[in-house]
Design a protein around this ligand. Structure first.
Ligand code: BTN
Length: 240
């Protein structure tokens, strides 16, 4: 494991995308204390006050994983992040919000953005960008439903030891994946709203539906109140 630290970058994911990843060792972490243009899911901006949170990208070479199974990496990362949060012994629930947000007490503490490069049917490299809210206690009004370790515990944290602990959790789940352990059963156990009817925006409709699982490509599977079976990508469904 190697950590490369920057005071400020536009975005750690963007920085990694510009590298010749074949030359980067497996499990190299690019960590920035500040991102001036952090990228979130759906092309959104990732908000993180300078020096207060963890924003990093981990370069992996999961050549053992076939390209059509790349969602397993997302599942393993989500489990690692929830493992890490469980060390804090919150009285609150820690849940994975599909596909890979981590929610504590119903609020988002962490987001992940994974991009992969393929050669034929294999994954040659993955850039796993992770943003974890740590010491920030105030967020702009437009950040939906945020929380942080400081808000949950009432204290502040040194970032570097926290990063090392989190990378340790990721390494364990990554090794499990390498060793052929399927993360899916635990991922489903920790999935927010699985088996529970909830309100969603499905394309332009508002519906009640129950999550039943995920398919091998990571699409969310639900049964709507009217009995329809739905299989959804990120752009098709939003939890209300
Ligand atoms: C999300 O929207 O939930 C995903 C957020 C991912 C943010 C992280 S912060 C480090 C890395 N660099 C980026 O620009 N984005 C990811």
């Amino acid at each position: 494991m190697q950590i490369v630290r920057f005071d400020s970058l536009e975005s750690t994911n963007k920085y990694c995308e510009a590298l010749d990843l074949a030359e980067v060792g497996d499990f190299t972490c690019y960590w920035a204390l500040e991102q001036t243009a952090g990228i979130g899911q759906r092309g959104n901006h990732w908000e993180a006050a300078p020096g207060m949170n963890l924003t990093f990208s981990l370069v992996l070479h999961p050549a053992f994983l076939p390209a059509d199974r790349q969602f397993k990496l997302t599942q393993a990362l989500s489990l690692a992040l929830s493992d890490f949060l469980s060390f804090f012994n919150f009285q609150f629930s820690i849940r994975i919000k599909w596909p890979n947000d981590i929610y504590v007490d119903g609020k988002k503490i962490c987001g992940t953005l994974v991009s992969t490069r393929l050669a034929g049917t294999q994954i040659t490299s993955a850039v796993c960008g992770i943003g974890l809210n740590v010491n920030q206690t105030e967020f702009p009004y437009w950040v939906p439903n945020p929380t942080s370790l400081a808000l949950l515990t009432g204290r502040g944290f040194d970032l570097e030891p926290l990063l090392r602990q989190l990378l340790g959790c990721i390494e364990r789940r990554y090794d499990d994946l390498k060793n052929g352990l399927d993360p899916e059963p635990e991922y489903l156990e920790r999935l927010l709203n699985i088996g529970v009817p909830a309100r969603y925006k499905y394309n332009e409709e508002e519906i009640t539906a129950t999550i039943t699982g995920v398919d091998p490509h990571g699409r969310l599977l639900l049964t709507a109140g009217d009995g329809r079976r739905l299989s959804c990508g990120m752009k098709e469904i939003v939890l209300l």
